[in-house]
Write a protein that binds this ligand. Structure first.
Ligand code: FES
Length: 155
């Protein structure tokens, strides 16, 4: 017997190790895909942004001035902010700059989504990206409704 014969692994050892490694890789990939599939549901269930203590608010209108399923863009300290009056009476607000290249977005009540006129970016009413090139969600700002005044909080 030569030295080479002693150092060569048994013929079935390498395929078994590869199979085990492949099984682990497939299992890990399937688990990762499964978790990614749950991500939209988790993000949808995320509650709206909450004001931080000491943050300042700007009144953007009275509750009755907003029609249900409508929106307006207001200028807060030089920054456009989209205030949404959602079906059902809740309010949400987002910095109205598209996260792609910064165009001002608007609300499409027929589709109940936020749209960017520049390159077709679309966002849900929770600010998350639905389609197009935007790389991330719109930045949400907390909204407080107090004595029928709608206030956007910035901090
Ligand atoms: S700037 Fe909004 S999609 Fe490009």
């Amino acid at each position: 017997m030569t030295d080479d014969a002693r150092t060569v692994p048994a013929p079935d050892a390498t395929p078994m190790a590869r199979r085990t490694l492949l099984d682990l890789a497939v299992g890990a990939t399937a688990s990762g895909v499964g978790l990614l599939a749950l991500l939209p549901a988790v993000r949808f269930a995320t509650p709206p942004a909450q004001p931080t203590p000491g943050a300042r608010g700007s009144v953007v209108g009275r509750r009755e001035e907003f029609g249900e399923n409508s929106a307006r863009v207001v200028n807060l300290d030089g920054e456009p902010v989209l205030v949404l009056a959602l079906p059902g009476g809740d309010f949400r607000a987002f910095v109205a700059r598209c996260t792609h290249l910064g165009c001002v977005v608007s609300y499409n009540p027929a589709r109940e989504q936020i749209e960017c006129p520049c390159h077709g970016g679309r966002f849900g009413c929770d600010g998350r990206v639905l389609a197009g090139p935007p790389p991330s969600s719109l930045r949400e700002l907390p909204v407080v409704v107090r004595r029928d005044e709608v206030m956007v909080v910035r901090g």
